[in-house]
Every structure is written in C-alpha cells, then in structure tokens.
Design a protein around this ligand. Structure first.
Ligand SMILES: NC(=O)c1ccc[n+]([C@@H]2O[C@H](COP(=O)([O-])OP(=O)(O)OC[C@H]3O[C@@H](n4cnc5c(N)ncnc54)[C@H](OP(=O)(O)O)[C@@H]3O)[C@@H](O)[C@H]2O)c1
Length: 230
C-alpha cells in the first residue's frame, strides 16, 4: 500500500487493521520505519517535482505492484472567506487535493489489477459547519469527490476500485479543539458523540478488502448520523 497521512491517528489505526505483512510506503514528513515499512519524505505543500522523482524511482525499483493507495493527508484552516490567506488556500489545495491527483497520476502505471484506492474527504465537502466557516477546506475536499467518480470510471475497466470516506467530526486530530464546540456538534449527531479514529480506519480497511469488491465510485460518510434530523 502507498499511503499519505499515515502518521495521523486514523492512519495508525488503519495500519493496525491491515495484516502485518503488507508492504507499506508512507509518504509524508513524519519518519515511518519498521518491518515491511518504507518512508518517502515529502512535504505535500511543495511542488510534485520536489518529491515525485523519488517516488517514481522507488516504484521502478520495487518488485511489487501497488495493491492500494490511501490519501489521508489533510490540512484544515477554519476562517471566514475574507480572512483566509492565499497561503492557507494554497496549502489546503496542495495537500488535500493536488497531491491526491498527482499521486494517482504517478501510481497509475504501477497499480495492480483489482487495486483499491481510498481518498479521505470530509462531510465539509457537502455541508457548511455552524461552528466555524471553512469554505476553502470544503472546496478542497469537494475536489476529491470529483476525483473519486472520474477515476472510478477511468480505471474501472482495469478492475481498479476508487472510493471515498467522509469523516464527520472526530475526537482526535483536526476535530474540534474546544470542548464546548465538540458538545455543540455532538448535539447535532444522531449518535450523540464525536467519532473515533478507529471507526474511520475500519471503513477504509473494508474498502481496501475483497469484501468491497463490487463497490466503486462511492462515498461513505462516517459521521454518526450528522444532521439527519431537521
Ligand atoms: N479529525 C477530524 O475530525 C476529521 C474530520 C473530517 C475529515 N478528516 C480528515 O481525515 C484526515 C486525517 O485527519 P486527522 O484529523 O487525523 O489529522 P491530523 O492528525 O492533523 O493528521 C494530518 C495528517 O496529514 C499529514 N500532512 C499534513 N500536512 C502535510 C504535508 N504538508 N505534507 C505531508 N503530509 C502532511 C500529516 O502527516 P505528517 O505527519 O507526515 O506531516 C498527518 O498524518 C484528513 O484528510 C482530514 O481532512 C478529519
């Protein structure tokens, strides 16, 4: 598997869901080492040319084809449109969306038949939060929605499945930092609580598994029933 964002809580839980003998190439800034573990240092805000050649070299030298690609890396700045800086906009587009596209483009020739791709988006692609405007973040995640459907069609004849997972508000990572905000969001969730990293990881692992062999082009919300009531 080739993955970004594997240092996050969701990424760590995803690795626990996978069999120990999966060869994993982690792309990111946090070192990632161990048995069957490989690391390609990359700051995904930087142009693909800065880190993409190392990936291509690694892929050309690897005896294995790529069976899975998971794009979990994400950056979020929550700010009103008027005060979102060009740097924030560019960082979110680069890490959340452009890196996914460029990685898919680079990995495509190395994907095995029946490979699985999972892009991790957010409910913010479809909904605006009452607790803090995040138009730029939502736009970057909405771009992933397009990639999933178009790649599913483009690569479906090769047996490659492409799906998306859209977490709601989690109690970890970039979930709400303030308890009051978390409680306000939880009051709008059918299950009445924020989500956990392993609850997202389990869905990603399922989409990578043979059990999901007839699911492609789909987005699965993992949000505990956010905003199902009116
Ligand atoms: N937590 C939530 O409530 C929530 C809700 C909806 C969606 N999500 C999505 O779930 C995913 C994981 O989120 P999280 O909350 O677990 O976030 P997190 O703990 O902040 O982790 C972010 C991940 O993104 C990677 N990343 C960030 N900037 C990067 C850069 N410039 N270059 C390379 N990698 C970079 C980090 O890897 P390095 O350590 O290598 O930099 C890290 O693994 C994200 O896509 C996020 O949008 C989360």
């Amino acid at each position: 598997m080739v993955g970004t964002g594997l240092s996050s809580a969701i990424g760590q839980d995803l690795l626990r869901c996978l069999a120990d003998d999966w060869e994993v190439l982690a792309i990111g800034r946090t070192p990632f080492l161990g048995m069957h573990r490989h690391w390609l240092r990359a700051d995904l805000r930087q142009p693909f040319d800065d880190w993409g050649h190392s990936l291509t070299n690694w892929l050309m030298q690897s005896p294995l084809q790529v069976s899975a690609f998971v794009h979990l890396a994400g950056v979020a700045y929550s700010a009103p449109c008027e005060s979102t800086t060009a740097h924030e906009w560019q960082s979110m587009l680069s890490v959340n969306l452009t890196a996914a596209f460029q990685l898919g483009q680079c990995l495509s020739p190395y994907l095995e038949e029946a490979a699985a791709i999972v892009l991790v988006g957010s409910v913010d692609a479809w909904h605006a939060s009452q607790d803090g405007p995040a138009a730029a973040y939502g736009a970057s995640k909405a771009g992933l929605a397009g990639l999933v459907r178009h790649w599913a069609q483009e690569w479906g004849s090769r047996g490659i499945r492409v799906n998306g997972v859209a977490p709601g508000a989690l109690a970890v990572g970039m979930g709400p930092a303030e308890e009051a905000v978390g409680q306000a969001i939880a009051s709008r969730i059918a299950l009445g609580r924020l989500g956990q990293a392993d609850e997202v990881a389990a869905v990603i692992a399922f989409l990578l598994s043979p059990g999901a062999s007839y699911i492609s082009g789909a987005w699965i919300p993992v949000d505990g029933g956010l905003n199902v009531a009116y």
